[in-house]
Design a protein around this ligand. Structure first.
Ligand SMILES: Cc1cc2nc3c(=O)[nH]c(=O)nc-3n(C[C@H](O)[C@H](O)[C@H](O)COP(=O)(O)O)c2cc1C
Length: 369
C-alpha cells in the first residue's frame, strides 16, 4: 500500500442483508494497463500473499484465483499456478473464501477431486471452484492437447463436473460415460461439510445450461444493468433441481471523490490501452472465435478483463455504491472486483464504498421496517 498506515477493517452490520465483495487475485499481472505509472508488472506470490491477507483484513469476503497455464498477455510473462496458489492462500488466511478456476481438460476429474477435497479441508469450508471451459487455444494446443469445439468442451465439462462433484462429497463413484470410465473410486478425506461451492464462468447457451444444471453460482462478465437483468432471467428460467442458482458479477472499479477525477482516471486508462493494443490483438487472435465472452467484449468496449468497466462501476463513491445496490437488487450476490493499482484501489474501495453501500442498505431496511 502506498500509504503505510493500516486502513481500518470494515465491519458490516449484522442486521442487514448485503452482497458479498471479492477481488480477483493478481495472479497474471495487472488487470488493465501493462504500463500504469508506478505500477510495474507483478504476478508474484509475494504480492498475492500480501494482497489477499490485506483484503481479508479490510473486510472483503472472497478472492478469485484465475487459471492460465500460459499468460495470455505474453508467454514469457510470469503467471502464478492457480491450484498451488489456492492451497497456500487457504493455509495463511482464516475468513476469506478462496475460489480457484479450473479448466477440465487440464486435469482428470479424479485427480482434481483429490486436490479440491484436500484444499477444502485446509480451508475448512472456505474453498470453492470456478469451472471455466477454456478460450485461449495455445494453452492446450502447445501442450499437444486437442482444443475441442466450443460446445464439445461444455459436454466434456458437464461429465467432468458430475464426477468431481460426487467425489468431493465423499461418494463412491462408478461412472461409464463418453469421456471417462471410473470404477468405484473414492477420495479420503472428503468431508461433505466442507464440500467446495461450484461457480461457473462462461456466457454461451451451453454455459448457461450447465450453470443451471450443475453449478451453485454463475459468474457474469461486467455488463450494463439491463443486460445483467436479462442474463439472470435467462439462467433462472432454465430447468434446475435443488437450491436456486446464485449470481456473481465481475467488474473493474474506478471510484473517486468527484466525477471529474473518475473521468480523468478512465481517460488515462484508455490512453494506456492504446499502448497495449498489440498485446490485446494477440490475445483476441488466439481466442476461440466461438467464445461468446469475446462477442460481449466487442459489444461493450471496456477497461479491465471480463467486462471490466462495462458494468459501470466508474464514478463518485456514492454513484458506485448506488450502482452496486442496483445490481444487488437484481440478484447479484457476489461482486468480483478488479482494481489497478491493485493494492491502493482495493483499499480505497473498502474505505470509501463499503460504508456507503452499508448506509444505503441500512437506510432502506429502516424505511421498510
Ligand atoms: C468471472 C469469470 C472468470 C473466468 N476465469 C477464467 C480463467 O481463470 N481462465 C480461463 O481460461 N477462462 C476464464 N473465464 C472464461 C470462461 O470460462 C470461458 O472460457 C469463456 O467465457 C468462453 O466461453 P463462453 O463461450 O461460454 O463465453 C472466466 C469467465 C468469467 C465470467
Amino acid at each position: 500500500m502506498t500509504d503505510n498506515s493500516p486502513a481500518a477493517e470494515f465491519s458490516w452490520p449484522t442486521t442487514i442483508d448485503r452482497p458479498r465483495f471479492g477481488v480477483w487475485a493478481p495472479v497474471w499481472g495487472p488487470f488493465a494497463a501493462q504500463n500504469y505509472p508506478g505500477d510495474p508488472f507483478d504476478a508474484s506470490w509475494d504480492l498475492n500473499k500480501r494482497f489477499v491477507l490485506e483484503v481479508e483484513r479490510l473486510g472483503y469476503d472472497s478472492t478469485l484465483v484465475a487459471q492460465h497455464n500460459l499468460n495470455p498477455n505474453g508467454h514469457e510473462l510470469p503467471e502464478l499456478e492457480a491450484w498451488s496458489t489456492a492451497a497456500a492462500l487457504a493455509a495463511i488466511t482464516s475468513r476469506i473464501e478462496i475460489i480457484a478456476a479450473i479448466k477440465p481438460y487440464l486435469f482428470h476429474p479424479v485427480f482434481l477431486a483429490k486436490i479440491a477435497a484436500q484444499i477444502a479441508e485446509i480451508a475448512d469450508g472456505r474453498f470453492a471452484i470456478n469451472l471455466v471451459n477454456a478460450w485461449y487455444k495455445p494453452e492446450l494446443e502447445k501442450a499437444g492437447l486437442t482444443f475441442a469445439e466450443h460446445d464439445d468442451r461444455y459436454a466434456y465439462g458437464d461429465e467432468w463436473l458430475s464426477i468431481v462433484d460426487r467425489l468431493v462429497a465423499g461418494e463412491h463413484v462408478t461412472h461409464q460415460g463418453e469421456n471417462f470410465t471410473i470404477d468405484d473410486y473414492v477420495i479420503r478425506p472428503a468431508d461433505p461439510a466442507v464440500k467446495p461451492k461450484v461457480y461457473l464462468g462462461g456466457e454461451s447457451e451451453p454455459a448457461r445450461d450447465l450453470a443451471a444444471k450443475r453449478a451453485d453460482a454463475w459468474f457474469i462478465n461486467g455488463q450494463p444493468v439491463e443486460v445483467v437483468r436479462e442474463l439472470i432471467d435467462s439462467v433462472t428460467s432454465r430447468p434446475r433441481t435443488g437450491d436456486p442458482v446464485d449470481f456473481g458479477l465481475s467488474a473493474f472499479v474506478i471510484a473517486r471523490e468527484t466525477e471529474e477525477e473518475a473521468a480523468a482516471e478512465l481517460e488515462l486508462f484508455w490512453k494506456l490501452a492504446n499502448q497495449d493494443a498489440e498485446t490485446l490483438e494477440g490475445v483476441f487472435a488466439n481466442a476461440d472465435p466461438k467464445a461468446v465472452m469475446f462477442e460481449t467484449f466487442r459489444k461493450f468496449p471496456h477497461i479491465g478483463t471480463n467486462g471490466g468497466t462495462a458494468a459501470g462501476l466508474v464514478g463518485t463513491y456514492d454513484q458506485v455504491a448506488q450502482r452496486l445496490v442496483e445490481f444487488y437488487d437484481l440478484g447479484i450476490e457476489l461482486f468480483m472486483l478488479q482494481f489497478q493499482p491493485v493494492e491502493r484501489e482495493a483499499r480505497r474501495f473498502a474505505e470509501q464504498v463499503f460504508p456507503r453501500v452499508s448506509a444505503l442498505l441500512e437506510r432502506r431496511a429502516k424505511v421498510a421496517s
